[in-house]
Ligand binder design. Structure first.
Ligand SMILES: Nc1nc2c(c(=O)[nH]1)N[C@H]1C(S)=C(S)[C@@H](COP(=O)(O)OP(=O)(O)OC[C@H]3O[C@@H](n4cnc5c(N)ncnc54)[C@H](O)[C@@H]3O)O[C@H]1N2
Ligand code: MOO
Length: 404
């Protein structure tokens, strides 16, 4: 009897724990999950600074300056970004200043270079209104004590930059789960081997290594084992240093479907053997000594979809992420979906914004042994259980294949 998807998801999530933490050099932290709350210990900007190349002035002195009535000031010094002024701006003077340099004492505004005319050490201000707005104030973006990032945040480009602003050279991040990938099947050959009759290349390990990495984990490709319990068990034991071990193939009821037997031989406690989804119905899951064992179907579409639905949320939880689910939206089918379906079905689709709302078009060639439509897919259409064929225009739930 196949288990309901939601129950299988809950069982797997309950079976795993969040990974330990480690410090990593900031340059290696992109896409890692932060394991600490980052509180600003500085204001940013740390000083009032100029957003323009121009002249720091006393704003009220130049307010009325116009091209036909310029205000003439004496330049006292020139401050580059990285330097600080030695002198104060006093009435009748201006300080040449570059973008990013600290506003000198006494100045209350900045005039951009384009609104000035310079003759020796005399600068004529040709347009002086609004000079006070041309100062970036200390702490205008970040105030000391502010919470800037929280644990569980995926470190994106913005977070990378912000951690650098705050001097976090070695942020605390979660260790990435290690995931072993083993392909089983006597028909499988390696990607660099020539095809011979009866054989196909192992594509599942490469497809899943991408899915594993997209979920923030590390993939270890352990190669192929033929349909032999001892050979498969040996490779699974090879994965001893991994947190999750995933096999593909041999998950169904055929003469050579041996994963159940392999799990039994290795003392893996089986949680379930079939989940009520299409594709991906045959999927075994088990635990042994805090390690998770997953036996996915050999069919590429089935392996990919059951990974997406069952394994991805688990890897996100282990990685320290706080949201384990993709964003889900409603859309209308842009083309009919002609199959009636018993179990809940996931269909690779393209989703886009139409004139009257979101549209989703199921991609062609969606056999459970096929993969091509996954190349163009940006979404999965969810066909509810016990659905008749669905005409174009039917409202469906769509899972967007982006991070939530
Ligand atoms: N009598 C029944 N037969 C089948 C049933 C069923 O309920 N009763 N279910 C079918 C469905 S649906 C699926 S899904 C598959 C699941 O089979 P397995 O998980 O045991 O997988 P295999 O038989 O080993 O392989 C299936 C298919 O995939 C190809 N394959 C395997 N590994 C790879 C790989 N690493 N890279 C690329 N392709 C791979 C393999 O050659 C087979 O064509 O069972 C159905 N049968
Ligand atoms: O159950 Mo199979 O999983 O349709 O691909």
């Amino acid at each position: 009897m196949a288990l309901k998807l939601e129950i299988a998801q809950e069982m797997l999530l309950a079976a795993v724990a969040v990974m330990p933490v480690e410090r990593q050099p900031l340059a290696h932290c992109w896409q890692r999950v932060l394991a600490e709350t980052v509180i600003a210990d500085i204001d940013f900007p740390p000083f009032d600074r100029s957003p323009l190349d121009g002249y720091a002035v006393i704003a009220t002195e130049v307010e009325q300056a116009r091209p036909d009535a310029p205000v003439r000031l004496r330049q006292i010094e020139n401050i580059a970004a990285g330097s600080v002024a030695r002198e104060s701006v006093r009435p009748g003077t201006a300080c040449r200043i570059m973008t990013g340099a600290p506003i000198p004492p006494g100045a209350t505004g900045v005039i951009r270079l384009e609104d000035t005319a310079v003759d020796g050490d005399i600068v004529s201000i040709m347009a002086g209104a609004g000079a006070a707005k041309n100062i970036c104030r200390r702490g205008e973006e970040i105030a000391t004590g502010e919470v800037i990032l929280t644990a569980g945040t995926v470190i994106n480009a913005g977070a990378m930059g912000m951690l650098a602003v705050l001097g976090k050279a070695e942020p605390l991040v979660y260790v990435r789960p290690r995931v072993a990938l083993i392909a089983t099947g006597s028909e499988l050959i390696a990607v660099d081997e020539p095809l011979v009759p009866g054989k196909i290349r192992n594509s599942n390990s490469y497809m899943l290594s991408a899915q594993v990495q997209e979920a923030g984990a590390q993939a270890r490709l352990l190669g192929v084992a033929g349909d032999d319990v001892d050979a498969i068990a040996e490779l699974v034991e090879y994965a001893a240093d991994c947190d999750v071990c995933i096999t593909t193939g041999g998950a169904s009821v055929g003469d050579y479907d041996l994963i159940g037997e392999v799990f039994k031989k290795l003392g893996v406690k089986v949680l379930f053997e079939r989940v009520s989804i299409k594709p991906g119905m045959p999927v075994l899951a088990g635990v042994k000594e805090n390690k998770l064992f997953i036996g996915l179907s050999g069919n590429p579409a089935a392996a990919s979809i059951s990974f997406e639905q069952l394994v991805r949320p688990v890897l996100l939880k282990m990685s320290g992420r706080t949201n384990w689910w993709r964003p889900c939206v409603k859309a209308r089918l842009a083309a009919p979906f002609g199959k009636s379906t018993g179990a809940k079905r996931f269909v690779w689709a393209r989703c886009w914004q139409g004139e009257a709302g979101l549209l989703a078009e199921p991609l062609s060639l969606q056999g459970n042994g096929m993969l091509k439509s996954a190349i163009a897919a940006n979404a999965l259409v969810v066909i509810p259980e016990n659905s008749p064929p669905l005409p174009a225009g039917t409202e469906v739930e769509v899972i967007l294949l982006v991070n939530g």
